[in-house]
Design a protein around this ligand. Structure first.
Ligand SMILES: *[C@@H]1O[C@H](CO)[C@@H](O)[C@H](O)[C@H]1NC(C)=O
Ligand SMILES: *[C@@H]1O[C@H](CO)[C@@H](O)[C@H](O)[C@H]1NC(C)=O
Ligand SMILES: *[C@@H]1O[C@H](CO)[C@@H](O)[C@H](O)[C@H]1NC(C)=O
Ligand SMILES: *[C@@H]1O[C@H](CO)[C@@H](O)[C@H](O)[C@H]1NC(C)=O
Ligand SMILES: *[C@@H]1O[C@H](CO)[C@@H](O)[C@H](O)[C@H]1NC(C)=O
Ligand SMILES: *[C@@H]1O[C@H](CO)[C@@H](O)[C@H](O)[C@H]1NC(C)=O
Ligand SMILES: *[C@@H]1O[C@H](CO)[C@@H](O)[C@H](O)[C@H]1NC(C)=O
Length: 481
Protein backbone atom coordinates (compact mmCIF):
# COMPACT_ATOMS: atom_id res chain seq x y z
CA UNK A 1 0.00 0.00 0.00
CA UNK A 2 1.07 3.69 -0.25
CA UNK A 3 1.30 5.77 -3.47
CA UNK A 4 0.38 2.81 -5.68
CA UNK A 5 -3.45 2.89 -5.35
CA UNK A 6 -3.45 6.70 -5.52
CA UNK A 7 -1.64 6.60 -8.88
CA UNK A 8 -3.96 3.89 -10.14
CA UNK A 9 -7.11 5.82 -9.25
CA UNK A 10 -5.73 9.09 -10.60
CA UNK A 11 -5.02 7.36 -13.90
CA UNK A 12 -8.51 5.89 -13.93
CA UNK A 13 -10.12 9.27 -13.30
CA UNK A 14 -7.89 11.01 -15.88
CA UNK A 15 -8.78 8.32 -18.38
CA UNK A 16 -12.49 8.87 -17.87
CA UNK A 17 -12.21 12.69 -17.96
CA UNK A 18 -10.08 12.62 -21.13
CA UNK A 19 -12.44 10.23 -22.85
CA UNK A 20 -15.54 12.24 -21.91
CA UNK A 21 -13.99 15.57 -22.87
CA UNK A 22 -12.57 14.27 -26.16
CA UNK A 23 -15.86 12.64 -27.13
CA UNK A 24 -17.73 15.83 -26.21
CA UNK A 25 -15.29 17.86 -28.33
CA UNK A 26 -15.63 15.48 -31.24
CA UNK A 27 -19.41 15.39 -31.04
CA UNK A 28 -19.78 19.16 -30.76
CA UNK A 29 -16.97 19.70 -33.36
CA UNK A 30 -15.63 22.62 -31.34
CA UNK A 31 -12.17 22.61 -32.89
CA UNK A 32 -13.23 22.24 -36.54
CA UNK A 33 -15.78 25.00 -35.93
CA UNK A 34 -13.11 27.22 -34.41
CA UNK A 35 -10.86 26.63 -37.41
CA UNK A 36 -13.71 27.24 -39.84
CA UNK A 37 -14.69 30.46 -38.13
CA UNK A 38 -11.11 31.62 -38.09
CA UNK A 39 -10.75 30.88 -41.81
CA UNK A 40 -14.11 32.48 -42.66
CA UNK A 41 -13.06 35.64 -40.86
CA UNK A 42 -9.57 35.67 -42.29
CA UNK A 43 -10.51 34.98 -45.89
CA UNK A 44 -12.12 38.31 -46.59
CA UNK A 45 -11.28 41.20 -48.85
CA UNK A 46 -10.19 43.59 -46.14
CA UNK A 47 -7.19 45.87 -46.16
CA UNK A 48 -4.41 43.98 -44.39
CA UNK A 49 -5.55 40.37 -44.74
CA UNK A 50 -3.39 37.90 -46.66
CA UNK A 51 -6.41 37.02 -48.78
CA UNK A 52 -6.73 40.65 -49.85
CA UNK A 53 -3.05 40.92 -50.73
CA UNK A 54 -3.19 37.74 -52.81
CA UNK A 55 -6.30 38.95 -54.58
CA UNK A 56 -4.88 42.43 -55.21
CA UNK A 57 -1.55 41.22 -56.53
CA UNK A 58 -1.52 37.49 -57.27
CA UNK A 59 2.04 36.27 -56.61
CA UNK A 60 2.16 33.14 -58.83
CA UNK A 61 3.08 33.69 -62.48
CA UNK A 62 0.26 33.38 -64.98
CA UNK A 63 1.14 32.19 -68.46
CA UNK A 64 -0.92 32.69 -71.57
CA UNK A 65 0.06 30.33 -74.35
CA UNK A 66 -1.28 30.65 -77.87
CA UNK A 67 -1.35 27.87 -80.45
CA UNK A 68 -2.28 28.68 -84.05
CA UNK A 69 -3.56 26.42 -86.79
CA UNK A 70 -1.68 26.89 -90.05
CA UNK A 71 -3.75 26.08 -93.14
CA UNK A 72 -1.69 23.97 -95.55
CA UNK A 73 -4.21 23.53 -98.40
CA UNK A 74 -6.18 26.77 -98.89
CA UNK A 75 -6.89 26.19 -102.61
CA UNK A 76 -8.29 22.71 -101.99
CA UNK A 77 -10.44 24.01 -99.13
CA UNK A 78 -12.00 26.57 -101.46
CA UNK A 79 -12.75 23.69 -103.85
CA UNK A 80 -14.71 21.96 -101.07
CA UNK A 81 -12.07 19.66 -99.62
CA UNK A 82 -11.21 19.11 -95.97
CA UNK A 83 -8.90 21.70 -94.43
CA UNK A 84 -5.54 20.31 -93.36
CA UNK A 85 -4.31 22.17 -90.30
CA UNK A 86 -0.95 22.14 -88.56
CA UNK A 87 -0.71 23.28 -84.97
CA UNK A 88 2.03 25.85 -84.31
CA UNK A 89 3.10 27.09 -80.92
CA UNK A 90 3.12 27.70 -78.07
CA UNK A 91 3.76 31.42 -78.19
CA UNK A 92 3.96 32.12 -74.50
CA UNK A 93 3.31 35.39 -72.70
CA UNK A 94 3.60 36.12 -69.02
CA UNK A 95 0.32 37.70 -67.97
CA UNK A 96 0.17 40.31 -65.24
CA UNK A 97 -3.24 41.18 -63.86
CA UNK A 98 -3.06 43.28 -60.73
CA UNK A 99 -6.14 44.99 -59.29
CA UNK A 100 -6.11 48.73 -59.59
CA UNK A 101 -8.30 51.62 -58.42
CA UNK A 102 -9.28 49.40 -55.50
CA UNK A 103 -11.82 51.07 -53.27
CA UNK A 104 -14.04 49.76 -50.53
CA UNK A 105 -17.69 50.72 -50.36
CA UNK A 106 -20.78 50.11 -48.30
CA UNK A 107 -18.98 49.60 -44.99
CA UNK A 108 -16.48 47.15 -46.47
CA UNK A 109 -19.09 44.85 -47.95
CA UNK A 110 -18.25 45.73 -51.54
CA UNK A 111 -14.99 46.51 -53.29
CA UNK A 112 -14.59 47.96 -56.76
CA UNK A 113 -11.54 47.45 -58.93
CA UNK A 114 -10.27 47.28 -62.47
CA UNK A 115 -7.93 44.56 -63.69
CA UNK A 116 -5.59 45.80 -66.43
CA UNK A 117 -3.82 42.91 -68.12
CA UNK A 118 -0.29 43.12 -69.49
CA UNK A 119 1.31 40.45 -71.67
CA UNK A 120 5.07 40.09 -71.94
CA UNK A 121 6.53 37.60 -74.40
CA UNK A 122 8.60 34.76 -72.91
CA UNK A 123 10.94 33.38 -75.62
CA UNK A 124 12.24 30.49 -73.44
CA UNK A 125 8.74 29.01 -73.24
CA UNK A 126 7.92 29.57 -76.91
CA UNK A 127 8.63 27.66 -80.10
CA UNK A 128 9.27 30.64 -82.32
CA UNK A 129 9.29 34.38 -82.73
CA UNK A 130 5.77 35.83 -83.03
CA UNK A 131 7.11 38.80 -84.99
CA UNK A 132 8.61 36.49 -87.64
CA UNK A 133 6.47 33.34 -87.72
CA UNK A 134 3.78 33.46 -90.38
CA UNK A 135 0.41 31.78 -90.00
CA UNK A 136 -2.03 31.22 -92.84
CA UNK A 137 -5.54 31.22 -91.46
CA UNK A 138 -9.09 32.35 -92.16
CA UNK A 139 -9.34 36.08 -92.82
CA UNK A 140 -11.66 37.04 -89.98
CA UNK A 141 -12.42 40.61 -91.20
CA UNK A 142 -13.39 39.25 -94.64
CA UNK A 143 -15.65 36.55 -93.17
CA UNK A 144 -17.20 39.16 -90.88
CA UNK A 145 -17.92 41.53 -93.77
CA UNK A 146 -19.43 38.66 -95.79
CA UNK A 147 -21.46 37.54 -92.81
CA UNK A 148 -22.87 41.03 -92.27
CA UNK A 149 -23.62 41.67 -95.93
CA UNK A 150 -25.09 38.29 -96.83
CA UNK A 151 -28.73 39.15 -96.06
CA UNK A 152 -29.05 42.00 -98.58
CA UNK A 153 -28.30 41.76 -102.28
CA UNK A 154 -27.17 45.39 -102.54
CA UNK A 155 -24.75 44.95 -99.63
CA UNK A 156 -23.47 41.76 -101.27
CA UNK A 157 -22.64 43.71 -104.46
CA UNK A 158 -20.92 46.45 -102.47
CA UNK A 159 -18.98 44.09 -100.22
CA UNK A 160 -17.92 41.82 -103.08
CA UNK A 161 -16.65 44.86 -105.00
CA UNK A 162 -14.71 46.01 -101.96
CA UNK A 163 -13.10 42.62 -101.34
CA UNK A 164 -12.22 42.27 -105.03
CA UNK A 165 -10.77 45.79 -105.12
CA UNK A 166 -8.59 45.09 -102.08
CA UNK A 167 -7.83 41.64 -103.53
CA UNK A 168 -8.65 40.07 -100.19
CA UNK A 169 -9.51 36.38 -100.08
CA UNK A 170 -10.90 33.99 -97.53
CA UNK A 171 -7.41 33.23 -96.21
CA UNK A 172 -4.68 35.57 -95.09
CA UNK A 173 -1.07 35.11 -94.03
CA UNK A 174 0.06 37.25 -91.11
CA UNK A 175 2.60 37.04 -88.33
CA UNK A 176 1.49 35.65 -84.98
CA UNK A 177 2.11 39.08 -83.50
CA UNK A 178 -0.20 40.73 -86.05
CA UNK A 179 -2.96 38.17 -85.56
CA UNK A 180 -2.86 38.64 -81.81
CA UNK A 181 -2.03 42.27 -81.20
CA UNK A 182 -3.46 43.84 -84.32
CA UNK A 183 -2.71 44.99 -87.86
CA UNK A 184 -4.26 47.59 -90.10
CA UNK A 185 -6.67 45.61 -92.24
CA UNK A 186 -7.25 46.98 -95.79
CA UNK A 187 -10.95 46.02 -95.83
CA UNK A 188 -11.68 47.43 -92.38
CA UNK A 189 -9.72 50.59 -93.27
CA UNK A 190 -12.02 51.19 -96.25
CA UNK A 191 -15.16 50.46 -94.21
CA UNK A 192 -13.81 52.83 -91.55
CA UNK A 193 -13.90 55.70 -94.07
CA UNK A 194 -17.67 55.39 -94.23
CA UNK A 195 -18.45 54.04 -90.76
CA UNK A 196 -16.09 55.70 -88.34
CA UNK A 197 -17.06 53.44 -85.42
CA UNK A 198 -15.54 50.45 -87.23
CA UNK A 199 -11.89 50.11 -86.24
CA UNK A 200 -9.28 49.96 -88.99
CA UNK A 201 -7.26 47.46 -87.01
CA UNK A 202 -7.93 43.83 -86.38
CA UNK A 203 -6.34 41.44 -83.90
CA UNK A 204 -7.65 38.75 -81.57
CA UNK A 205 -6.08 40.61 -78.62
CA UNK A 206 -6.01 44.03 -80.24
CA UNK A 207 -5.87 46.80 -77.60
CA UNK A 208 -5.92 44.19 -74.87
CA UNK A 209 -2.34 44.81 -73.70
CA UNK A 210 -2.25 47.17 -70.74
CA UNK A 211 -5.97 47.87 -70.78
CA UNK A 212 -8.67 46.78 -68.40
CA UNK A 213 -12.06 45.48 -69.38
CA UNK A 214 -14.05 47.81 -67.15
CA UNK A 215 -15.01 48.28 -63.51
CA UNK A 216 -15.96 45.28 -61.47
CA UNK A 217 -17.84 45.29 -58.19
CA UNK A 218 -17.02 42.37 -55.93
CA UNK A 219 -18.51 41.24 -52.63
CA UNK A 220 -15.82 41.09 -49.98
CA UNK A 221 -17.21 38.16 -48.01
CA UNK A 222 -17.90 40.32 -44.96
CA UNK A 223 -21.59 39.44 -44.91
CA UNK A 224 -21.19 35.81 -45.89
CA UNK A 225 -17.95 33.95 -46.54
CA UNK A 226 -19.56 32.22 -49.52
CA UNK A 227 -19.82 35.60 -51.26
CA UNK A 228 -16.04 36.08 -51.20
CA UNK A 229 -14.97 37.76 -54.49
CA UNK A 230 -18.39 37.20 -56.04
CA UNK A 231 -18.86 39.63 -58.93
CA UNK A 232 -22.06 41.63 -58.61
CA UNK A 233 -21.61 44.17 -61.34
CA UNK A 234 -19.47 44.62 -64.40
CA UNK A 235 -19.39 47.87 -66.26
CA UNK A 236 -17.70 46.31 -69.25
CA UNK A 237 -19.30 48.81 -71.58
CA UNK A 238 -16.11 50.37 -72.83
CA UNK A 239 -16.43 48.43 -76.07
CA UNK A 240 -12.69 48.50 -76.43
CA UNK A 241 -12.58 45.59 -78.76
CA UNK A 242 -14.60 42.98 -80.48
CA UNK A 243 -14.53 40.68 -77.43
CA UNK A 244 -16.40 42.96 -75.10
CA UNK A 245 -19.84 44.42 -75.57
CA UNK A 246 -22.91 45.21 -73.55
CA UNK A 247 -24.82 42.28 -74.95
CA UNK A 248 -22.51 40.03 -73.05
CA UNK A 249 -22.96 41.46 -69.59
CA UNK A 250 -24.06 38.18 -68.21
CA UNK A 251 -22.34 37.85 -64.93
CA UNK A 252 -22.16 35.16 -62.34
CA UNK A 253 -19.54 33.70 -60.06
CA UNK A 254 -16.04 34.93 -59.44
CA UNK A 255 -13.51 35.97 -62.04
CA UNK A 256 -11.81 32.63 -61.64
CA UNK A 257 -8.86 33.82 -59.56
CA UNK A 258 -10.16 33.17 -56.05
CA UNK A 259 -12.97 31.19 -54.53
CA UNK A 260 -14.68 31.19 -51.18
CA UNK A 261 -13.17 29.09 -48.39
CA UNK A 262 -14.53 25.73 -47.17
CA UNK A 263 -15.53 24.51 -50.59
CA UNK A 264 -17.36 21.21 -50.61
CA UNK A 265 -17.29 18.50 -53.25
CA UNK A 266 -20.93 18.82 -54.18
CA UNK A 267 -20.68 22.51 -54.96
CA UNK A 268 -20.49 23.94 -58.44
CA UNK A 269 -17.96 26.72 -58.75
CA UNK A 270 -19.18 29.51 -60.97
CA UNK A 271 -16.58 31.55 -62.69
CA UNK A 272 -17.25 34.44 -64.93
CA UNK A 273 -15.18 34.88 -67.98
CA UNK A 274 -15.46 38.18 -69.78
CA UNK A 275 -13.85 36.77 -72.90
CA UNK A 276 -16.20 33.82 -72.96
CA UNK A 277 -19.12 36.16 -72.58
CA UNK A 278 -20.93 34.02 -70.09
CA UNK A 279 -20.45 32.38 -66.79
CA UNK A 280 -19.24 28.82 -66.75
CA UNK A 281 -19.21 26.38 -63.93
CA UNK A 282 -17.04 23.56 -62.79
CA UNK A 283 -18.01 20.44 -60.89
CA UNK A 284 -15.87 18.30 -58.61
CA UNK A 285 -13.86 15.60 -60.36
CA UNK A 286 -11.17 14.31 -57.99
CA UNK A 287 -8.99 14.98 -54.97
CA UNK A 288 -5.31 15.55 -55.58
CA UNK A 289 -2.28 17.34 -54.18
CA UNK A 290 -0.39 20.24 -55.73
CA UNK A 291 3.02 20.85 -54.11
CA UNK A 292 1.70 18.77 -51.16
CA UNK A 293 -1.34 21.06 -50.82
CA UNK A 294 -4.63 19.14 -50.80
CA UNK A 295 -6.87 20.28 -53.63
CA UNK A 296 -10.17 19.52 -55.28
CA UNK A 297 -10.15 19.48 -59.05
CA UNK A 298 -13.14 21.12 -60.70
CA UNK A 299 -13.69 20.61 -64.42
CA UNK A 300 -16.24 21.85 -66.91
CA UNK A 301 -18.88 19.16 -66.93
CA UNK A 302 -19.75 17.95 -70.42
CA UNK A 303 -23.24 19.45 -70.11
CA UNK A 304 -21.76 22.98 -70.13
CA UNK A 305 -21.23 22.65 -73.88
CA UNK A 306 -23.95 20.06 -74.45
CA UNK A 307 -26.41 20.61 -77.27
CA UNK A 308 -29.81 22.01 -76.42
CA UNK A 309 -31.64 18.68 -76.55
CA UNK A 310 -29.23 17.17 -74.02
CA UNK A 311 -29.19 20.20 -71.75
CA UNK A 312 -32.21 22.50 -72.19
CA UNK A 313 -30.44 25.14 -70.08
CA UNK A 314 -28.15 25.72 -73.06
CA UNK A 315 -31.00 26.63 -75.38
CA UNK A 316 -30.65 30.16 -74.05
CA UNK A 317 -27.44 30.25 -76.04
CA UNK A 318 -28.89 29.04 -79.31
CA UNK A 319 -29.28 32.20 -81.30
CA UNK A 320 -31.76 32.31 -82.95
CA UNK A 321 -33.65 30.09 -80.55
CA UNK A 322 -34.02 27.07 -82.84
CA UNK A 323 -30.57 27.37 -84.43
CA UNK A 324 -28.44 25.38 -82.07
CA UNK A 325 -24.98 24.07 -82.75
CA UNK A 326 -24.01 20.56 -81.79
CA UNK A 327 -22.39 19.41 -78.57
CA UNK A 328 -19.16 21.13 -77.57
CA UNK A 329 -19.66 24.50 -79.26
CA UNK A 330 -20.65 27.91 -78.05
CA UNK A 331 -21.92 30.48 -80.55
CA UNK A 332 -20.73 33.86 -79.32
CA UNK A 333 -21.47 35.89 -82.49
CA UNK A 334 -23.69 38.29 -80.56
CA UNK A 335 -20.72 39.24 -78.43
CA UNK A 336 -18.32 39.65 -81.34
CA UNK A 337 -19.89 42.43 -83.35
CA UNK A 338 -21.05 40.19 -86.16
CA UNK A 339 -17.99 38.00 -86.50
CA UNK A 340 -19.36 34.42 -86.58
CA UNK A 341 -17.08 33.30 -83.77
CA UNK A 342 -17.67 29.94 -82.15
CA UNK A 343 -15.81 28.80 -79.06
CA UNK A 344 -14.97 25.23 -78.13
CA UNK A 345 -12.40 23.26 -76.20
CA UNK A 346 -9.07 22.90 -78.05
CA UNK A 347 -9.13 20.33 -80.86
CA UNK A 348 -12.91 20.06 -80.25
CA UNK A 349 -12.25 18.02 -77.11
CA UNK A 350 -15.61 16.67 -75.85
CA UNK A 351 -17.40 18.04 -78.92
CA UNK A 352 -19.56 16.19 -81.41
CA UNK A 353 -17.17 13.99 -83.47
CA UNK A 354 -18.49 15.49 -86.70
CA UNK A 355 -16.54 18.71 -86.02
CA UNK A 356 -13.35 16.71 -85.46
CA UNK A 357 -13.93 14.70 -88.65
CA UNK A 358 -14.55 17.85 -90.71
CA UNK A 359 -10.96 19.01 -90.12
CA UNK A 360 -7.71 17.14 -90.71
CA UNK A 361 -5.32 17.63 -87.80
CA UNK A 362 -7.57 17.59 -84.72
CA UNK A 363 -6.24 15.37 -81.93
CA UNK A 364 -8.31 16.02 -78.82
CA UNK A 365 -7.08 14.69 -75.50
CA UNK A 366 -8.03 15.24 -71.88
CA UNK A 367 -4.59 16.12 -70.52
CA UNK A 368 -3.78 18.94 -72.95
CA UNK A 369 -7.23 20.23 -73.80
CA UNK A 370 -9.31 20.11 -70.65
CA UNK A 371 -10.09 23.18 -68.57
CA UNK A 372 -9.59 22.57 -64.87
CA UNK A 373 -9.28 24.41 -61.58
CA UNK A 374 -7.47 22.92 -58.59
CA UNK A 375 -8.73 24.65 -55.47
CA UNK A 376 -7.57 24.18 -51.90
CA UNK A 377 -10.91 23.44 -50.21
CA UNK A 378 -10.00 24.94 -46.81
CA UNK A 379 -8.97 28.39 -48.04
CA UNK A 380 -10.56 28.51 -51.50
CA UNK A 381 -7.18 29.43 -52.93
CA UNK A 382 -6.56 28.49 -56.55
CA UNK A 383 -3.39 26.39 -56.49
CA UNK A 384 -3.28 25.35 -60.15
CA UNK A 385 -5.48 25.96 -63.14
CA UNK A 386 -5.56 25.79 -66.89
CA UNK A 387 -8.21 27.50 -68.97
CA UNK A 388 -8.20 26.17 -72.51
CA UNK A 389 -10.35 27.74 -75.18
CA UNK A 390 -10.34 27.40 -78.94
CA UNK A 391 -11.49 30.22 -81.19
CA UNK A 392 -13.22 29.02 -84.35
CA UNK A 393 -14.99 30.85 -87.12
CA UNK A 394 -18.02 29.63 -89.00
CA UNK A 395 -17.36 29.63 -92.75
CA UNK A 396 -19.83 28.79 -95.48
CA UNK A 397 -20.37 29.33 -99.17
CA UNK A 398 -22.27 32.59 -99.73
CA UNK A 399 -23.76 33.02 -103.19
CA UNK A 400 -22.51 36.28 -104.65
CA UNK A 401 -19.08 36.10 -103.04
CA UNK A 402 -16.44 34.53 -105.27
CA UNK A 403 -14.14 34.59 -102.21
CA UNK A 404 -16.05 31.71 -100.59
CA UNK A 405 -15.62 29.45 -103.65
CA UNK A 406 -17.16 26.03 -103.08
CA UNK A 407 -16.17 25.84 -99.45
CA UNK A 408 -18.07 23.45 -97.19
CA UNK A 409 -19.92 24.84 -94.19
CA UNK A 410 -17.33 24.42 -91.46
CA UNK A 411 -16.53 25.37 -87.90
CA UNK A 412 -12.98 26.37 -88.75
CA UNK A 413 -10.36 26.39 -85.94
CA UNK A 414 -8.13 29.47 -85.82
CA UNK A 415 -6.19 29.19 -82.60
CA UNK A 416 -6.47 28.07 -79.02
CA UNK A 417 -5.11 29.37 -75.79
CA UNK A 418 -3.93 27.84 -72.55
CA UNK A 419 -4.02 30.28 -69.66
CA UNK A 420 -2.40 28.57 -66.74
CA UNK A 421 -1.25 29.28 -63.24
CA UNK A 422 0.64 27.25 -60.65
CA UNK A 423 1.09 28.35 -57.04
CA UNK A 424 4.63 29.66 -56.38
CA UNK A 425 6.86 27.93 -53.83
CA UNK A 426 6.70 30.62 -51.17
CA UNK A 427 2.88 30.85 -51.27
CA UNK A 428 2.75 27.04 -51.21
CA UNK A 429 4.97 26.95 -48.11
CA UNK A 430 2.74 29.52 -46.37
CA UNK A 431 -0.40 27.61 -47.28
CA UNK A 432 1.09 24.31 -46.14
CA UNK A 433 1.93 25.79 -42.74
CA UNK A 434 -1.64 27.11 -42.34
CA UNK A 435 -2.97 23.68 -43.26
CA UNK A 436 -0.58 22.01 -40.81
CA UNK A 437 -1.70 24.33 -37.99
CA UNK A 438 -5.36 23.63 -38.62
CA UNK A 439 -4.63 19.90 -38.83
CA UNK A 440 -2.89 20.04 -35.44
CA UNK A 441 -5.77 21.97 -33.90
CA UNK A 442 -8.40 19.60 -35.24
CA UNK A 443 -6.30 16.65 -34.03
CA UNK A 444 -6.36 17.80 -30.38
CA UNK A 445 -9.48 15.81 -29.39
CA UNK A 446 -7.99 12.68 -30.98
CA UNK A 447 -4.74 13.19 -29.04
CA UNK A 448 -6.76 13.57 -25.83
CA UNK A 449 -8.67 10.42 -26.65
CA UNK A 450 -5.44 8.56 -27.35
CA UNK A 451 -4.01 9.70 -24.05
CA UNK A 452 -7.23 8.67 -22.29
CA UNK A 453 -7.05 5.20 -23.81
CA UNK A 454 -3.37 4.89 -22.84
CA UNK A 455 -4.16 5.90 -19.25
CA UNK A 456 -7.06 3.45 -19.25
CA UNK A 457 -4.79 0.60 -20.35
CA UNK A 458 -2.22 1.43 -17.68
CA UNK A 459 -5.04 1.67 -15.16
CA UNK A 460 -6.29 -1.80 -16.09
CA UNK A 461 -2.80 -3.31 -15.93
CA UNK A 462 -2.13 -1.69 -12.56
CA UNK A 463 -5.54 -2.65 -11.17
CA UNK A 464 -5.12 -6.30 -12.22
CA UNK A 465 -1.54 -6.70 -11.04
CA UNK A 466 -2.52 -4.98 -7.79
CA UNK A 467 -5.05 -7.69 -7.01
CA UNK A 468 -3.09 -10.74 -8.16
CA UNK A 469 0.60 -9.95 -7.89
CA UNK A 470 2.80 -9.58 -4.84
CA UNK A 471 4.28 -6.36 -3.52
CA UNK A 472 7.82 -7.52 -4.42
CA UNK A 473 6.96 -8.22 -8.06
CA UNK A 474 5.24 -4.89 -8.50
CA UNK A 475 7.87 -2.65 -6.96
CA UNK A 476 10.24 -2.42 -9.98
CA UNK A 477 7.34 -1.76 -12.28
CA UNK A 478 6.18 1.13 -10.15
CA UNK A 479 9.67 2.55 -9.65
CA UNK A 480 10.41 2.55 -13.32
CA UNK A 481 7.16 4.18 -14.35
C1 LIG B 1 -4.78 49.91 -47.27
O1 LIG B 1 -4.03 50.46 -46.21
C2 LIG B 1 -2.86 51.14 -46.63
C3 LIG B 1 -2.09 51.57 -45.39
O2 LIG B 1 -2.94 51.89 -44.35
C4 LIG B 1 -3.27 52.34 -47.49
O3 LIG B 1 -2.11 53.00 -47.96
C5 LIG B 1 -4.06 51.82 -48.69
O4 LIG B 1 -4.52 52.90 -49.46
C6 LIG B 1 -5.25 51.00 -48.23
N1 LIG B 1 -5.87 50.41 -49.40
C7 LIG B 1 -7.18 50.51 -49.67
C8 LIG B 1 -7.65 49.87 -50.91
O5 LIG B 1 -7.99 51.08 -48.95
C1 LIG C 1 2.59 44.94 -73.55
O1 LIG C 1 2.93 46.12 -72.87
C2 LIG C 1 4.10 45.99 -72.09
C3 LIG C 1 4.29 47.26 -71.29
O2 LIG C 1 3.89 48.35 -71.99
C4 LIG C 1 5.29 45.69 -73.00
O3 LIG C 1 6.45 45.52 -72.25
C5 LIG C 1 5.00 44.41 -73.76
O4 LIG C 1 6.03 44.14 -74.70
C6 LIG C 1 3.68 44.53 -74.51
N1 LIG C 1 3.36 43.24 -75.08
C7 LIG C 1 3.07 43.09 -76.35
C8 LIG C 1 2.71 41.73 -76.80
O5 LIG C 1 3.09 44.00 -77.17
C1 LIG D 1 2.54 28.28 -92.08
O1 LIG D 1 2.35 27.99 -93.42
C2 LIG D 1 2.94 28.92 -94.30
C3 LIG D 1 2.52 28.56 -95.70
O2 LIG D 1 2.83 27.23 -95.98
C4 LIG D 1 4.45 28.90 -94.12
O3 LIG D 1 5.06 29.86 -94.96
C5 LIG D 1 4.77 29.23 -92.67
O4 LIG D 1 6.15 29.11 -92.44
C6 LIG D 1 4.03 28.30 -91.75
N1 LIG D 1 4.22 28.79 -90.40
C7 LIG D 1 4.81 28.11 -89.41
C8 LIG D 1 4.93 28.77 -88.10
O5 LIG D 1 5.24 26.98 -89.59
C1 LIG E 1 -25.77 32.04 -61.25
O1 LIG E 1 -25.34 31.12 -60.26
C2 LIG E 1 -26.39 30.56 -59.48
C3 LIG E 1 -25.75 29.64 -58.48
O2 LIG E 1 -24.70 30.28 -57.83
C4 LIG E 1 -27.35 29.82 -60.39
O3 LIG E 1 -28.43 29.34 -59.60
C5 LIG E 1 -27.88 30.76 -61.46
O4 LIG E 1 -28.72 30.06 -62.35
C6 LIG E 1 -26.72 31.37 -62.23
N1 LIG E 1 -27.23 32.34 -63.20
C7 LIG E 1 -26.82 32.40 -64.47
C8 LIG E 1 -27.39 33.47 -65.31
O5 LIG E 1 -25.97 31.64 -64.92
C1 LIG F 1 -27.48 16.19 -79.04
O1 LIG F 1 -26.52 15.28 -78.52
C2 LIG F 1 -26.96 13.94 -78.44
C3 LIG F 1 -25.87 13.12 -77.76
O2 LIG F 1 -24.59 13.48 -78.23
C4 LIG F 1 -27.31 13.42 -79.82
O3 LIG F 1 -27.82 12.09 -79.72
C5 LIG F 1 -28.35 14.32 -80.45
O4 LIG F 1 -28.62 13.91 -81.79
C6 LIG F 1 -27.88 15.77 -80.45
N1 LIG F 1 -28.95 16.64 -80.96
C7 LIG F 1 -28.74 17.57 -81.87
C8 LIG F 1 -29.91 18.41 -82.25
O5 LIG F 1 -27.65 17.77 -82.38
C1 LIG G 1 -24.83 32.12 -84.24
O1 LIG G 1 -25.70 33.10 -83.72
C2 LIG G 1 -26.09 34.08 -84.67
C3 LIG G 1 -26.96 35.10 -83.99
O2 LIG G 1 -26.31 35.69 -82.96
C4 LIG G 1 -26.85 33.44 -85.79
O3 LIG G 1 -27.22 34.41 -86.74
C5 LIG G 1 -25.97 32.38 -86.45
O4 LIG G 1 -26.70 31.69 -87.43
C6 LIG G 1 -25.45 31.38 -85.43
N1 LIG G 1 -24.44 30.56 -86.07
C7 LIG G 1 -24.55 29.26 -86.22
C8 LIG G 1 -23.46 28.56 -86.95
O5 LIG G 1 -25.47 28.61 -85.74
C1 LIG H 1 -0.91 24.42 -70.52
O1 LIG H 1 -0.24 24.90 -69.40
C2 LIG H 1 0.16 23.91 -68.45
C3 LIG H 1 0.76 24.60 -67.28
O2 LIG H 1 1.78 25.47 -67.67
C4 LIG H 1 1.14 22.97 -69.10
O3 LIG H 1 1.51 21.98 -68.16
C5 LIG H 1 0.50 22.35 -70.29
O4 LIG H 1 1.43 21.55 -70.96
C6 LIG H 1 -0.05 23.38 -71.24
N1 LIG H 1 -0.84 22.66 -72.21
C7 LIG H 1 -1.00 23.05 -73.44
C8 LIG H 1 -1.79 22.19 -74.35
O5 LIG H 1 -0.52 24.07 -73.83
Amino acid sequence: MGTRPAVTYTLGILCIILLIVSIALLVTKVFPHTVDNYIKKDVQLKNGTAAFETWENPPPPIYMQFYFFNVTNPDEVLKGQKPFLEERGPYTYREYKPRENVSFMDDGKIVSAVTPKTYVFVPELSTGDPEIDLIRTVNIPVVTVINMAKYSSSYILLAEALLTFESEGLFTTRTVHELLWGYKDPVLATVHKFMSDVDEYFGLYYKMNGTDDGDYLFLTGKMNYKDFTQIIEWKGNKSLDWWTTDACNMINGTDGTSFHPLISKNETVHFFSSDLCRSLYGTFEQELAVKRIPAYRFVLPSEVFANASENPANSGFCVPADDCLGTGLLNVSVCRQGAPIILSSPHFYQADPKYIDDIEGMHPNKIDHETYLDINPLTGLLVRAAKRVQVNIYVEQVIGFRQTGNIQSLVFPIMYLNESVLIDDSSAAKLNSIILQTDVVTAIPFMMMGLGILFGLIFIILACTNREGTEAERAPLLNSS
